[in-house]
Design a binder for this molecule. Structure first.
Ligand code: CTP
Length: 420
């Protein structure tokens, strides 16, 4: 039985992966593998030029299906590969999409299978996504830029390009995005845009409070839940800023990340951005106290066996501060708190929600979540509480984003959106 809560991101999606000619074809092998791992079925279609860069055998082995490359392919009983392939697809992704292939799409050419199939696709039902890949001069050329904007006007989604070292030896814009970036973009493409127009500010990870230049106090928070929430919010169409304590996680695609160390760094970063946010989600495990008088130099043992005497100062409560702000009190900023408890989750979390004056508080058991890839959440609001049962943090993050979106839609007075 498939576990719905942890279903792969592209479960049930059928992707036609089109390859046109370009050195980036080597990345398409890994992309194909990534699509399959994400639960999609993949049908590869290659141009003759693409087959100069990577063999159809490789793509067949990775996709588990014979590759199509000719409109005269006799395997289709009706002899219409272009119709059959495009009708089955949930999306057509051309990766790499060469400068020449972009021009072909713009012109509506139909003299080889991949162009023909794109032209024959039902535009209202089968989205076309293209991942450009070319030399930086070709990419910057007015003809290519003109063609790309025409392609967008014709209803295609043009994905970004990477910057950096190119196979030709030059450096600049035009590299095809990496397979994991393309995968993230495709998953985001399929996600309903329930947070469109919202500006989401998320705190994540632990904080680090210095004792001296080489030592400090921190905690076991991995930041995974906050990063998953930032990713889910971005996929749902929000503009997302992630204020992260010291963690070594990869920044979710399309998310603006601000790295901070201490609780007071985090407070400054948040205070600056909370004014323009419409949703604040505080997942960070902020240190409650910091050493009152951190030493400028490393504290040394003096051989007497005496231990250093540390005294502490309480850190400002970032969430409570934001929740008391005019924007939050006026209902323009929806605040969500987290509670990491070790016991009596419901009672402690309910009390914390009231103390911090937030409309929604998410409780979890600290030792069960810190460092883990899965978790269970208890949602508490003015109406009561309910549980999101144990699942991957990714899946819980999506559910939580859904819960936040539902509450925002029901919110009165109407909130200011970023678009307004
Ligand atoms: N929080 C914060 N700033 C702090 C302390 C906590 O923004 N200085 C936020 C956390 O990000 C979380 C919520 O407040 O959203 C609750 O954090 P938690 O550590 O569970 O609670 P505390 O307020 O520290 O209370 P206690 O230690 O008594 O459980």
């Amino acid at each position: 039985m498939t576990n719905q809560a942890n279903a792969p991101d592209l479960a049930g999606k059928h992707i036609v992966l089109g390859l046109s000619g370009g050195i980036a074809c080597y990345k398409s092998a890994e992309l194909c593998r990534g699509l399959i791992k994400a639960g999609a079925t993949v049908q590869v279609v290659m141009t003759e030029a693409a087959a100069q860069f990577i063999t159809p055998v490789t793509m067949q082995a990775l996709s588990g299906r014979p590759v199509y490359s000719s409109q005269w392919d006799g395997r289709e009983p009706n002899g219409m590969a272009h119709i059959n392939l495009s009708r089955e697809a949930d999306a057509i992704l051309i990766a790499p999409c060469s400068a020449d292939f972009i021009a072909r799409l713009v012109q509506g050419r139909a003299d080889e299978l991949l162009s023909l199939m794109c032209l024959a696709r039902p535009v209202d039902r089968v989205p076309l996504l293209v991942a450009p890949a070319m030399n930086r001069e070709m990419y910057a050329h007015p003809a290519t830029q003109r063609n790309l904007s025409q392609l967008v006007q014709d209803g295609a989604t043009v994905l970004g390009v990477g910057t950096g070292f190119q196979a030709c030896g030059e450096t600049g814009d035009g590299r095809m995005l990496e397979p994991d970036e393309l995968l993230e973009d495709l998953i985001a493409f399929f996600t309903p845009k329930i947070l469109s127009g919202e500006r989401v500010l998320v705190t994540a990870g632990p904080t680090y409070e210095a004792i001296d230049p080489v030592r400090g106090i921190t905690n076991l928070s991995s930041g995974k839940m906050g990063f998953a929430i930032a990713r889910a919010a971005r996929e749902a169409g929000a503009e997302v800023t992630l204020v992260a304590g010291p963690v070594s996680l990869v920044t979710p695609r399309g998310v603006t990340r601000i790295d901070v160390k201490s609780a007071s760094n985090m407070l400054s970063a948040v205070a600056e951005r909370a004014q323009s946010a419409t949703i604040f989600i505080a997942t960070a495990a902020v240190a409650d106290w910091r050493p009152a008088d951190p030493s400028a130099q490393k504290i040394k043992k003096d051989g007497s066996g005496q231990t250093p005497q540390l005294s502490f100062t309480e850190n400002t409560d970032i969430l409570a501060t934001v929740a008391r702000s005019t924007a939050a009190q006026a209902g323009r900023l929806f605040c969500v708190g987290f509670a990491a408890e070790s016991h009596d989750l419901l009672e402690n979390a309910q009390a914390k929600r009231l103390r911090k004056q937030v409309p929604l508080l998410v409780g979890n058991i600290g030792p069960d979540t810190f460092g883990h890839d899965d978790n269970a959440l208890l949602l508490i609001d003015a109406q009561g509480s309910f549980e999101l049962p144990r699942a991957s943090k990714r899946s819980l993050a999506r559910k939580l984003v859904g819960e936040i979106a539902a509450r925002i839609q029901a919110h009165v007075p109407p909130r200011q959106k970023a678009a307004s």
